[in-house]
Design a protein around this ligand. Structure first.
Ligand code: TYD
Ligand code: MG
Length: 462
């Protein structure tokens, strides 16, 4: 009988086993064994190190690094998140929940690259060529010109890549690729790793930039893209609420650019449209109602104004509900606790809902103050808008002792708010408070400033 060409290894300790079992014999963890092809012994490894030729290290300054021409997708939000376009030969993982628009975005990108004269290839393992065509028809002529292949066999895809030698290729999705050399079902950890590894090998050889599309479930834990994160050069995450039209694209890892960049898109009938002036959109939608505050956040190198909304409703339920959309639940819990101890209302007997409008996610500590002030406003049932109806803008991290801590790029945050007529901006008192800021040292003081602002200058003087 032919010996099996695969083996099983533990994802947590690396223990190797000949057959699968529920529990790793090495570390005793459950459900950590995954199937992987046996490593081929290389000739030098066979020699056990003896007789192998020693490598010669080179000073980094003497390493030749020819400047690479990046492939611009002409979708400026995507290019910016990638760090100015795709790097030839690189592997990009684009994750996101189903229906968010991954196929749309990649289809548009390939269409633009094709129109610019690059060879492109769209591999669909999820949809038939006819279905891909239907989508492309909505996206326009450029997307219709993209050569597509409906295929799930990994070996066939690799062979096609070698024959076609495209400059950019999309594999939609990596979970549908199936290698005949392995027994696992498509989408299993072993298959996904094998697919990514094989594609990476050929991509580097033919200098093709590959975008691997991957589905993630809500918790992101299912055998899928997460196991590839260390393997690929760049991990992009496409998110937003499916029912809402706004989508954000962010880089979680990028070997060729900043990871904090965010692109904002809107899903329309003709595909994704870039939202270049996202602040204008979000501020225009902001209301001057109780519980609404505008947060001046930084998304990568770009300031972004978003509306933070809160609702506080008395409840009998124990423990009361804390629902957070667009911000971290733990940070919400912390802000609620600090409010209760340092100058804010106690929300112990109330359900609390906090929402970042527009389906945006804010993942920076600078959001704390906006959440706190939105909660205060909601609890009191009083808007923080000024007498002219303009919403209150703020930012700042709230510390556990009730102090307001500085966050990065205060000047740009304030400038962005002023651009939309929102001033003064309640901000942490820093070394240099930018003009237009209303610097405060503590949460208590910030709440007082917000309440004072509401009354307007005339009443305040009285
Ligand atoms: P899709 O790119 O297929 O999502 P994914 O590949 O991430 O699963 O697109 C998902 C949704 O976008 C789908 O419900 C239809 C909608 N859509 C539009 O609203 N306008 C369009 O032009 C296109 C192509 C799709
Ligand atoms: Mg899709």
């Amino acid at each position: 009988m032919a010996r099996s060409s695969t083996t099983f290894f533990c994802q947590s300790c690396g223990h190797e086993a000949l057959s699968w079992s529920g529990r790793c014999g090495g570390c005793g963890e459950w459900n950590t064994l995954v199937e992987a092809p046996k490593a081929q012994a290389t000739p030098s490894a066979k020699g056990g190190g003896r007789g192998a030729v020693a490598g010669k290290p080179v000073a980094l300054r003497d390493v030749s690094a020819p400047p690479v021409d990046r492939l611009r997708t002409e979708i400026s939000e995507l290019d910016r998140v990638l760090g100015d376009g795709l790097v030839p030969g690189s592997l990009v993982l684009l994750g996101g929940s189903p229906g968010i628009g991954k196929s749309t975005l990649t289809g548009m990108a390939l269409g633009n690259l094709g129109a610019a004269g690059h060879r492109v290839l769209y591999v669909s393992g999820e949809e038939s060529a006819a279905q891909v065509r239907l989508r492309a028809a909505r996206l326009g002529e450029a997307a219709l010109a993209v050569p597509a292949l409906a295929e799930t066999s990994l070996e066939a895809v690799v062979a096609t890549l070698e024959a076609e030698r495209p400059a950019a290729c999309v594999i939609d999705s990596v979970q549908t690729m199936h290698s005949g050399r392995m027994t696992g079902a498509p989408g299993s950890v072993g298959q996904v790793r094998e697919a990514a590894g094989a594609v990476m090998e050929v991509a580097k050889r033919i200098d093709c930039a590959v975008i691997l599309v991957g589905h993630v479930t809500k918790d992101g834990a299912v055998a899928g893209p997460r196991v590839l994160e260390h393997l690929v050069d760049c991990v992009l995450f496409f998110e937003g609420e499916k029912e809402r039209s706004f989508r954000t694209l962010r880089a979680l890892k990028n070997r060729f650019g900043a990871t904090s960049e965010v692109g904002v898109f809107e899903m329309r009938s003709g595909g994704l449209v870039e939202v270049e002036d996202a602040s204008a959109r979000f501020v225009a939608e902001a209301s001057a109602a109780p519980g609404s505050v505008v947060l001046s956040s930084m998304e990568g190198t770009r300031p972004l104004l978003v509306e933070v909304q809160a609702l506080v409703a008395p409840t009998e339920i124990v423990p009361p509900r804390r629902v957070a959309n667009g911000i971290d639940r733990n940070r919400l819990a912390m802000v609620i606790a600090v409010l209760a101890r340092h100058g804010g209302p106690s929300l112990a007997g109330a359900d609390v809902f906090v929402n970042v409008a527009g389906g945006v996610r804010v993942e920076e500590p600078g959001a704390d103050l906006a959440v706190a002030l939105a909660l205060v406003s909601a609890q009191r049932g009083e808007p923080f808008a000024d007498p002219a109806g303009r919403p209150l803008a703020c930012f700042g991290e709230v510390g556990l002792t009730g102090e307001l801590r500085a966050v990065g790029h205060a000047d740009r945050r304030v400038a962005e708010a002023i651009k939309f007529g929102l001033r003064p901006v309640i901000a942490p008192a820093g070394a240099e408070a930018p003009a237009g800021a209303d610097p405060q040292t503590s949460l208590r003081a910030a709440i007082r400033a917000a309440l004072g602002r509401r009354r307007g200058p005339v009443e305040r003087a009285a």
